[in-house]
Design a protein around this ligand. Structure first.
Ligand SMILES: Cc1cc2nc3c(=O)[nH]c(=O)nc-3n(C[C@H](O)[C@H](O)[C@H](O)COP(=O)(O)OP(=O)(O)OC[C@H]3O[C@@H](n4cnc5c(N)ncnc54)[C@H](O)[C@@H]3O)c2cc1C
Ligand code: FES
Length: 274
C-alpha cells in the first residue's frame, strides 16, 4: 500500500449520476486484487477532511479504473475533476476476494454501485485464473440488480467477458421485474450447478443478507464485500466495525468485531452476525 499522486486520464459520466475514472498507475495495476479498494482525497484543501473509499473497478494497462456514484460532497467533487488533474490516492487497501475456490462455476451478484468491483473479479476469473469458460458447467453467471433500466451498469462488460448475465429491475423496465435475489433463487432452483460453485456478492446490506441466506440454504460458499463508512481505511481508528462469529475450529464460541477496511471488505457470508 502506498500514497500516490496519480494522473487522471478519463472521468466520464456513463449513466445518470455514475462516473468511470481512469488513473495512471503502474504500481496499482501490478499490485491490486479484485475486491480491494483505494482511499481517495476528494479535494486539495481540508474539506472534506476524510478520504472516501472506492473499489477497484478494473485493472487496465498501466493503471486502474474506478466506477462511482455521486452520493454527497466527496463523490460530487471527484466527478468535477478533469483529465490531466492529479488525484491523491492511498491503496491498494483491504483483503480482496479469495479466488482459490475457482474450479466450479462462479456466481456474481451485484446491487447498485456494488457492481464496480465485480467487473475486476470477472476479469480475473476469466483471464488470470486461466479458466476455460464452459457456460453449462463452469461458467460465470452474473446477476445485476438495479432500480430501473437506466441504472443497470456494466452488463455489456460482463457480456464481453463471456459471462452469462441476468438483470432485474425493481420497476421491470429492464430484465425481470423484482429483486435480483429472487432471480438468483429461481436460477439456483432450476439449474444443476456443479460442486465448488462459489457466490461473490457486493451491494447494499439488505441484498447481501438475502444472498447470504440463499447461499447458506443451498450450502454454497459465499463471499460478501461489505460497505461501511470509513475514516482511516487501515484499521487504526476502529471506525468501521462489523460483528462476526468467533469460531475456532468451526465451533461458534461467541462474537467479535472486525474492521471492514483491514479485515475486509470481503468476508465469508457465514461469518457475519447478520
Ligand atoms: C470498501 C468500500 C468500497 C466502495 N466502493 C465504491 C465504489 O466502487 N463505487 C461507489 O460508488 N461507491 C463505493 N463505496 C461507497 C463510497 O465510499 C461512498 O458512496 C462515498 O464515501 C460517499 O462519499 P460522499 O462524500 O460523496 O458522501 P457523503 O457526503 O459522505 O455522504 C452522503 C450521505 O450518504 C451516506 N453515506 C455515505 N457513504 C456511505 C456508506 N458507505 N454507507 C452508508 N451510508 C453512506 C452519508 O451518511 C450521508 O447521508 C465504497 C465504500 C466502501 C466502504
Ligand atoms: S476506517 Fe479506520 S478502522 Fe476502518
Amino acid at each position: 500500500m502506498k500514497q500516490l499522486m496519480l494522473e487522471i486520464t478519463g472521468n466520464k459520466e456513463i449513466s445518470e449520476g455514475f462516473y468511470r475514472m481512469r488513473l495512471e498507475s503502474a504500481y496499482l495495476a501490478a499490485n491490486s486484487k479484485p475486491g480491494q479498494f483505494v482511499e481517495v482525497k476528494c479535494s486539495s484543501g481540508p474539506d472534506p477532511l476524510l478520504r472516501r473509499p472506492l473499489g477497484i473497478h478494473r485493472v487496465v494497462k498501466g493503471g486502474i479504473e474506478l466506477l462511482y456514484k455521486i452520493i454527497g460532497r466527496g463523490t460530487g467533487l471527484i466527478a468535477r475533476m478533469k483529465p490531466g488533474d492529479t488525484l491523491d490516492v492511498i491503496g491498494p487497501l483491504g483483503n480482496g476476494f479469495d479466488l482459490s475456490p475457482h474450479r466450479g462455476a462462479d456466481i456474481l451478484v451485484a446491487g447498485g454501485h456494488g457492481v464496480a468491483p465485480l467487473v475486476a473479479l470477472a476479469d480475473s476469473l476469466v483471464n488470470s485464473v486461466g479458466r476455460i469458460v464452459d457456460r453449462e458447467k463452469r461458467g460465470i453467471h452474473v446477476f445485476i440488480g438495479a432500480k430501473t433500466a437506466k441504472h443497470i451498469l456494466c452488463a455489456k462488460d460482463f457480456g464481453k467477458l463471456g459471462c452469462d448475465v441476468h438483470v432485474a429491475t425493481e420497476d421491470g423496465s429492464g430484465g425481470s421485474k423484482g429483486l435480483i435475489t429472487n432471480s438468483l433463487a429461481a436460477f439456483l432452483n432450476t439449474i444443476h450447478y456443479p460442486l465448488c460453485t462459489t457466490i461473490y456478492a457486493c451491494g447494499p446490506t439488505g441484498m447481501l443478507k438475502a444472498v447470504a441466506g440463499i447461499a447458506m440454504e443451498k450450502h454454497i460458499p459465499c463471499q460478501v464485500s461489505l460497505e461501511e463508512r470509513m475514516a482511516c481505511g487501515v484499521g487504526v481508528c476502529l471506525g468501521c466495525p462489523v460483528k462476526v462469529t468467533r469460531s475456532p475450529g468451526h465451533q461458534v464460541t461467541g462474537f467479535e468485531y472486525k474492521m471492514v477496511c483491514k479485515d475486509g471488505p470481503v468476508f465469508n457470508a457465514e461469518d457475519i452476525a447478520w
